[in-house]
Design a protein around this ligand. Structure first.
Ligand SMILES: Nc1ncnc2c1ncn2[C@@H]1O[C@H](COP(=O)(O)OP(=O)(O)OP(=O)(O)O)[C@@H](O)[C@H]1O
Ligand SMILES: [Mg+2]
Length: 509
């Protein structure tokens, strides 16, 4: 039908050109278009692949591509295949110059894809595609309102949803910034494939649940943040000794919320404005991580300089050289505390939204209070040495053990010994591939031995420390020590009595 209409129009066109040769081309075209409008009631909308100056791929184009391949891919004769997530499945989409029909609320829409060859390749910094691809939709003009109101919105919504499911999450890191190259990418990325989940993290179960609830709440409270007028972001501070699972926890958070991870290396950032540029380039649904915040930023720089100046008189040569070297190292990076605070909750931090900012440190007490106050770091999470509940999770995870005869020994010792989950995990890793009960027994025995060892070592270290302290006190304040010795004599059991008790005990044996 469309063909016959077109034929009629072409015929009319030729007739018009013969009879009105004095019409200018422009007049003619306008007039013809008007005439065609009466006869040909169809409207066409075109969606080019690239829009804008930076040749950013149009979101509408991507959504349409996904929508069409999901809804009417079967109708097209020629399809294009790409490897999807995990490289395990093929994603099919309509190839160029194909036409399919989509029916929405009982109305037909003709979709076609086309590619026009770019004639003169212009000089450009960005890689230009070989041709300009676009999708066209044709529909009757009486459905214009439907298209504007519901049809395009439905396509965008469905396209986005499928894209989110299919999305391969990424782990980004910032490249060292250089002045000379404005076009270099700020972040480089690899696929994010860390397998950690909250099920495999050993920590106090109650704290873990609280954290999970907090994260899920955050993800679902877009409207709430809007209502109270806060930017949609949340800060977490993870602190604890090395090997207690801070980095693992970040991976688990990313896996729970399905966010991308931006691992920000502060020492590679030149100054505050580079920091801001990095922030702007992050997408929403992401976690921005700054590991070991106390080491990566000279937060106490000015104070240390003053202290150094005060103590300069007594300083040795060697100390001065060290100080100078550290100053020089820091010169490359001029990110300041106020720059970092602005990064976290300045005006720029609200662009995008749905972002977590996570800091990790081994020493929470070293950080500037301004950095960790509520509102900047909303939650402080301590990851600490392994206690019995956490140990049970590790035993279940690594050895599949719900219970074992050595659990009671572990329970007794582990409360007194500071051992990290990383150390325990290492001890519980089966040595052979097949595992089994004997393997589990061996692992548990090794663990108890290691726990006893470290308990003995800790006791020895404490004794040595006490002895040293006592010696120090003796050498510094001889009189006081003698007094204290006398006092101690009073508190402790009297010498004669002690001998009596010992004799009694010996006779009983
Ligand atoms: N709480 C935990 N639950 C399960 N596994 C853990 C836990 N803590 C540590 N591990 C294991 O120990 C290894 C080291 O942990 P991780 O790198 O997360 O420590 P960290 O706290 O980030 O240390 P650092 O302060 O040195 O960066 C991980 O591979 C992980 O398997
Ligand atoms: Mg770490």
């Amino acid at each position: 039908m469309m063909g016959s209409t077109l034929g009629t129009v072409m015929f009319l066109w030729m007739v018009i050109r013969q009879f009105f040769p004095y019409f200018s081309d422009l007049h003619l075209r306008r007039w013809v278009e008007k005439m065609v409008g009466y006869v040909y009631p169809y409207v066409q909308i075109s969606f080019p692949e690239f829009v804008g100056e930076r040749l950013k791929r149009s979101e509408a184009f991507t959504a349409i591509e996904i929508y069409l391949s999901a809804n009417c891919g079967g109708a097209a004769r020629r399809l294009r295949a790409e490897l999807g997530k995990d490289s395990s499945q093929l994603v099919l989409s309509m190839d160029e110059h194909q036409e399919v029909v989509d029916v929405f609320e009982g109305v037909s829409f003709w979709w076609s894809s086309s590619v026009s060859i770019v004639k003169s390749p212009q000089f450009s910094f960005y890689p230009t595609p070989e041709g300009k691809r676009s999708y066209q939709v044709t529909f009757h003009r009486r459905h214009r309102d439907l298209v504007n109101g519901r049809y395009l919105a439905a396509i965008m919504a469905q396209g986005r949803e499928i894209l989110a499911q299919r999305r391969q999450r990424k782990l980004f890191t910032n490249s060292p910034s250089r002045d000379s190259d404005y076009r270099q990418l700020l972040w480089s990325h690899v696929p994010f494939e860390h397998p950690a989940t909250f099920d495999t993290i050993a920590m106090d179960p109650q704290k873990k649940n609280e954290l999970i609830q907090d994260l899920l709440n955050f993800r679902d409270s877009k409207d709430y943040y809007r209502k109270v007028g806060k930017a949609w972001k949340r800060g977490y501070l993870l602190y604890g000794p090395p090997g207690t699972g801070k980095s693992t926890m970040i991976a688990a958070m990313a896996n729970l919320l399905e966010y991308d991870v931006y691992d920000l290396e502060l020492t590679a950032v030149k100054d505050n404005s580079s920091l801001r540029r990095l922030l702007i380039e992050t997408s929403s649904k992401s976690i921005i991580v700054i590991e070991d915040i106390d080491c990566s930023l000279d937060l106490t720089g000015s104070r240390r300089k003053k202290a150094a100046a005060a103590a300069a008189g007594e300083e040795t040569e060697e100390k001065k050289v060290k100080e100078a070297m550290r100053e020089r190292d820091n010169e490359d990076s001029k990110v300041t505390l106020s720059g970092l605070l602005n990064f976290i909750d300045g005006l720029w931090s609200s662009c995008g939204g749905e972002r977590l900012i996570v800091f990790t440190t081994n020493y929470a007490e070293k950080l500037d209070p301004a950095l960790v106050r509520r509102g900047r770091m909303d939650m402080h999470i301590e990851l600490s040495y392994c206690r019995f509940e956490a140990f049970k999770m590790l035993a279940r995870n690594y050895l599949g053990l719900e219970d074992h005869r050595r659990f009671s020994d572990v329970r007794r010792i582990i409360e007194e010994v500071d051992i990290t989950p990383a150390d325990i995990a290492e001890l519980l890793m089966p040595r052979s591939r097949y595992g089994g009960a004997a393997e589990a027994d061996a692992c548990m025995d090794a663990l108890v031995r290691a726990l006893e060892d470290s308990k003995a070592k800790a006791a020895a270290a404490r004794a040595a420390e006490a002895a040293e302290a006592a010696a120090g006190v003796v050498s510094l304040e001889p009189e006081k020590t003698t007094e204290r010795g006398k006092a101690a004599g009073k508190v402790g059991p009297e010498p004669e009595k002690t001998a009596e008790v010992a004799a009694e005990a010996a006779s009983e044996v």
